[in-house]
Design a protein around this ligand. Structure first.
Ligand SMILES: Nc1ncnc2c1ncn2[C@@H]1O[C@H](COP(=O)(O)OP(=O)(O)O)[C@@H](O)[C@H]1O
Ligand SMILES: [Mg+2]
Length: 208
């Protein structure tokens, strides 16, 4: 079983978008996928509730702040979406339950500042120091033509962490999410999608 957490204390950086896309990708490839949501706003859970029944099933991983339950044993991929502001005891608890952490970062200055502190907190936790979890960074909502993108790459270079991929800004992520879909449900064969997502999906199944 692969247990993957998507985390960054900054709201709006793309955690839920990443979580639902990863879930739908593996579900489409006949894996048993559970999606958990630690966020009170329950974006991922609402998305799941809106998901059309004929699509590859994604099961809900019942989990709450009070009772941190592991996903069922039959699960192949457990994906955990997390809230803004996750840190301290709750972050440690979540880190103890997963093998991989994905950190989406957008090129906004505020995102970068919040992320720097988060990287520092991650580096200080036992799970990361003992190399029990792998951390991967995802540039999110990027526009490669902008100076902001260059600044994001320069910022990320300062940390000893892999930048697994960069996902372009596209209105289609918004539109899909409203209807319980992901972009993989619409055009999983698109070359642009493949170039952006493939390195991330490969990283998620690699052993550490
Ligand atoms: N690559 C992208 N291109 C365009 N919009 C995006 C992209 N990724 C996320 N968004 C949008 O940005 C908003 C915040 O994303 P979300 O995944 O909810 O962030 P978080 O879970 O970190 O708060 C949402 O409206 C989402 O649809
Ligand atoms: Mg969210």
């Amino acid at each position: 079983m692969r247990k993957i957490m998507v985390a960054n204390p900054k709201g709006g950086c793309g955690k839920s978008t990443l979580a639902i896309h990863i879930a739908s990708w593996f579900a489409r490839h006949d894996e048993i996928v559970y999606l958990g949501d630690l966020d009170r706003q329950q974006s991922s859970r609402h998305w799941l509730a809106a998901r059309p029944g004929h699509l590859a099933p994604i099961r809900y991983w019942e989990i709450s702040e009070e009772a941190f339950q592991m996903p069922p044993k039959n699960c192949n991929f457990a994906i955990l979406d997390t809230p803004a502001g996750l840190h301290g005891k709750r972050l440690k608890e979540a880190l103890n339950a997963v093998d991989k952490v994905l950190v989406p970062v957008s090129s906004s200055r505020f995102d970068m500042l919040a992320t720097r502190e988060f990287f520092e907190e991650l580096a200080a936790t036992k799970a990361v120091r003992k190399e029990r979890v792998d951390i991967g960074v995802v540039g999110m909502r990027v526009d490669v033509r902008t100076h902001a993108f260059v600044q994001l790459l320069e910022f990320l270079e300062r940390f000893d962490l892999p930048v697994v991929t960069c996902i372009a800004q596209s209105q289609r992520y918004l539109q899909a999410a409203d209807t319980g879909l992901t972009l993989f449900d619409n055009d999983s064969n698109s070359t642009a999608m493949d170039i952006q997502w493939r390195p991330l999906l490969n990283w998620l199944v690699s052993r550490h």
